[in-house]
Design a protein around this ligand. Structure first.
Ligand SMILES: [Zn+2]
Length: 301
């Protein structure tokens, strides 16, 4: 039996877009007989807000989501990531990068490369050049790729094809990068179903590539992806806290109970109101709406 997961960052309260994605992740896992795992992704300590994790757990429970396992926080798993990084390093798959963000933006690049894509500046430095640069700036570590094209299968989007790039796998403060931590955690906790918002779809080919490098092609192939539509505001922008009453606590303030919010989310997915268990049997990914859901926060309070 595999597992699905929901993996929030504790940067603040969840809004209805986050809650809807979490509900979908739960429904995908439960309807396919998988376990459901919660993982707190707190490596970006600058974004961690006091009390946010507790508030997120409370709100997820309030709309009826339960978890079989709460994974250790990512901040508690640094040795696990370090092991994966040293394996990649030992295999000669990583190289040191001394570039600043500015360096990367200013570097000459081939036509048609997206802005911010890494131009490969540090890949072929000599050992002497690296030694010199280490005097001035700690290195980040990047994955050396051949820019191969990788395709993953998505239940909702179909094939997602992307060219892998020399992503950072360890930041220059020593912290494992997001893509590395996600891949390691998913594999080691048995996650074979990734449900998340579709603005992250672009990262799945590179994560699949990294999973294949670390754990073999079969481990990469077993992952089922479902990138679900975003929730947007009345101006067609991604829903955000500034849009008003979009968190469960603010919705309570304007008179909507947790059950009412749960039912609104279920209705937005074409599913029957009531406890979530009632939506599991009839859950059919093929019948889910493929358009973003427009949420206009109720006025008041
Ligand atoms: Zn560099």
């Amino acid at each position: 039996m595999g597992a699905g997961r929901y993996a929030p960052s504790p940067s603040g309260e969840l809004h209805v877009g986050n809650l809807r994605t979490a509900m979908l992740a739960w429904l995908f896992a439960r309807s396919s007989g998988r376990e459901f795992i919660l993982r707190i992704e707190d490596l970006d300590t600058a974004r961690t807000a006091a009390g946010a994790e507790e508030a997120q757990l409370r709100d997820l429970a309030a709309i009826g989501l339960d978890f079989d396992t709460v994974s250790p926080r990512q901040s508690e798993r640094l040795p696990v990531y370090a092991e994966a990084l040293s394996e990649l390093r030992d295999r000669g798959l990583l190289y040191e990068c001394f570039c600043t963000r500015r360096d990367i933006l200013d570097a000459p690049r081939a036509p048609h490369t997206p802005p911010g894509a890494y131009p490969g500046t540090c890949r072929h430095l000599s050992e002497a050049e690296r030694a010199e640069r280490r005097q001035h700036r700690p290195a980040a570590w990047r994955l050396a790729t051949d820019h191969e094209t990788v395709t993953v299968q998505d239940t909702l989007l179909g094939p997602i094809t992307g060219q892998v790039d020399d992503v950072v796998v360890q930041r220059n403060d020593g912290t494992p990068a997001y893509n590395l931590a996600v891949v390691v955690d998913d594999h080691l906790t048995g996650v074979d179903q990734v449900v998340r918002a579709d603005d992250l779809a672009f990262s799945s080919p590179r994560q699949a590539h990294l999973r294949g490098l670390l754990y073999g092609a079969a481990a990469a192939d077993e992952v089922q992806y479902a990138h679900v539509p975003l929730v947007i505001n009345g101006e067609s922008q991604r829903l955000a806290k500034r849009d008003g009453a979009v968190t469960l606590s603010r919705l309570h303030d304007v008179g909507l109970s947790s059950e009412r919010v749960r039912d609104l989310l279920l209705d937005s997915l074409g599913l029957p109101a009531g406890p979530l268990a009632g939506a599991v049997d009839g859950f059919d990914p093929a019948a889910l709406p493929r358009e973003p859901w427009v949420f206009e926060p109720p006025a008041g309070a």
